[in-house]
Write a protein that binds this ligand. Structure first.
Ligand code: COA
Length: 197
């Protein structure tokens, strides 16, 4: 969006629209700065989302996030729909060292999720089940990637791997921008890795 386009969108918008995170991020990205006169106190985007370890283990927020079949399929194509907490506990997040996290907004509400499973080797974590609800998208990817990397570092990892469907453009862009390198492609999926060790 051009700065002029941002101005037009701003002029055409109302307070309720401004509450939409996606619009807000698009406008700020277009202008590089807050553009509403009363918005000078808006926090930097990087502080929009925070991380909350999923401890005590609770899948109720994830069940709420993954109601739609297509969302669930993007996050875990092998999982049953509707979301089955027992299946996730016993099959998809069943290893003792699995670590999972909620992304929360400024009010503490869960708007996203990811997990770091043990990868190949003790210092490798595998990033899985990445999700941000639609209303919080539009700039959340970089925050998610940074928070996931910090969480992996805190777990003692020096490398994160992941798999992503080749037709999932938003996710691919997020991972590439965060410094993930593609290791190979198979069955419509790319395997990617980011090292910092
Ligand atoms: C993947 C996900 C977490 C990214 O969060 P997000 O807030 O949408 O990401 P961002 O807006 O920061 O970045 C997405 C990028 O893809 C681009 N994009 C968005 N939709 C696109 C589309 N349909 N085609 C091509 N590019 C697209 C955006 O412009 C942005 O690129 P830019 O930063 O270069 O402008 C979120 O989209 C999501 O939860 N998707 C559903 C679940 C999923 O796919 N999980 C990943 C499984 S590996």
């Amino acid at each position: 969006m051009t700065p002029e386009g941002a101005d037009r969108l701003r002029d055409a918008s109302c307070g309720r629209l401004w509450a939409c995170g996606r619009l807000k991020r698009r406008l700020v990205r277009a202008r590089g700065a807050p553009i509403f006169p009363d918005d000078t106190a808006m926090e930097p985007l990087v502080s929009d989302l925070a991380l909350r370890p999923n401890v005590p283990f609770d899948l109720a927020p994830l069940a709420r996030l993954l109601v739609a079949a297509d969302d669930l399929a993007l996050v875990n194509p092998n999982a049953k729909h509707p979301f089955d907490p027992l299946e996730w506990r016993e099959k998809w997040l069943n290893e003792a060292d699995d670590a999972s996290f909620y992304l929360v907004d400024a009010t503490g509400r869960e708007v996203g999720f990811f997990a770091l499973r043990v990868g190949i080797g003790p210092e490798v974590r595998h990033l899985v089940y990445v999700f941000v609800e639609a209303a919080a998208r539009g700039g959340a990817g970089a925050q998610l990637a940074a928070l996931a990397e910090q969480a992996a570092r805190d777990l003692g990892a020096i490398s994160v791997t992941l798999k992503v469907e080749l037709d999932n453009e938003p996710a691919l862009r997020v991972y590439e921008a965060a410094g993930y390198e593609e290791l190979g492609r198979r069955n419509g999926m790319a395997t990617m890795r980011r090292d910092w060790g």
